[in-house]
Each structure stands twice: as structure tokens, then as C-alpha cells.
Design a protein around this ligand. Structure first.
Ligand code: 5GP
Ligand code: ZN
Length: 125
């Protein structure tokens, strides 16, 4: 019997807007892209610089990082954050990844918000 190779899926069965953006099938203001990572401007910016950094392959959230391959993909997002920040001359920046609906995650494709350009409050509310 044919078995669908779920572990090799490059794209999710449900359509995912961030997969579509990474594949350039949906519009976005892409500021950085390589074979592992795509970064684009958030459509509802919460700071003068608000960039979303995503792995090109679909990982739902930090909670879905269960093996080294997924962890490596996530690490590529951090590397990209550093490169983007340096290229833009950001003096400081905040990386946020909401994990799960209770934490405010609305798009279930792992993403890091890179926020900069204004004074950030701490602690978060
Ligand atoms: P979350 O709440 O999941 O951590 O963040 C999702 C973010 O994605 C939000 O800041 C929202 O503005 C942004 N977003 C959702 N859909 C789109 C889209 O189609 N294009 C862009 N550029 N940003 C999006
Ligand atoms: Zn996706």
C-alpha cells in the first residue's frame, strides 16, 4: 500500500500564507532570502522596523522543534536576524517568537519578529 511520506513534506497540507510568501507565490516586501530563510516586512508593523524571519520549510512553532534538523532551521533564522540587523545598522533589536495561541501566535509557521527603531519597554505586559 502506498504510504504518503509525511516526514518529507516540503509544504503543509493546509495552505500556509508564510509558505506561500517564502515560495514567492504570495506578495510580501522581502528584505532577505537565502535557501534556508526568508525575511519580510510585517504587514502591521509594531515598530519602525518590524521584520518577520521564517524558515523556508514549514515548522509550526518552537514547540514543533523536535529534532536537530528543525533546530538547525530555526538557528538559520537567528543567523539571518544578525545579518539583517548589521546590514541595517540597527543599534539594538528585539526578537520575539510567540508560541501557541495563548501566547498570541496567529500564524502557525515559525517566525521571529525582529523589532527595532524605538525604545522597547521591559518587562512585557
Ligand atoms: P503572530 O501573532 O503569529 O506572532 O504574528 C503574526 C504576524 O504576521 C503579525 O504581526 C501579522 O501582522 C503578520 N502577518 C500575518 N499575515 C501576514 C501577511 O500575509 N503578510 C505579512 N507581511 N505579514 C503578515
Ligand atoms: Zn508554512
Amino acid at each position: 500500500m502506498f504510504q504518503f511520506p509525511i516526514s518529507n513534506l516540503q509544504f503543509p497540507i493546509m495552505s500556509c500564507i508564510f509558505c506561500e510568501i517564502a515560495a514567492r507565490r504570495a506578495p510580501a516586501d522581502i528584505v532577505f532570502q537565502d535557501e534556508h530563510v526568508t525575511a519580510f516586512m510585517d504587514k502591521h508593523p509594531r515598530a519602525p522596523t518590524h521584520i518577520l524571519i521564517i524558515p523556508n520549510s514549514h515548522i509550526e512553532s518552537v514547540d514543533a522543534i523536535a529534532d536537530d534538523a528543525a533546530a538547525w532551521q530555526a538557528a538559520q533564522c537567528l543567523r539571518a536576524a544578525r545579518e539583517i540587523a548589521r546590514a541595517r545598522g540597527l543599534s539594538g533589536y528585539r526578537l520575539i517568537t510567540n508560541t501557541g495561541a495563548d501566547a498570541g501566535q496567529a500564524v502557525f509557521h515559525l517566525h521571529f519578529h525582529l523589532l527595532a527603531g524605538r525604545k522597547m519597554g521591559w518587562p512585557l505586559g
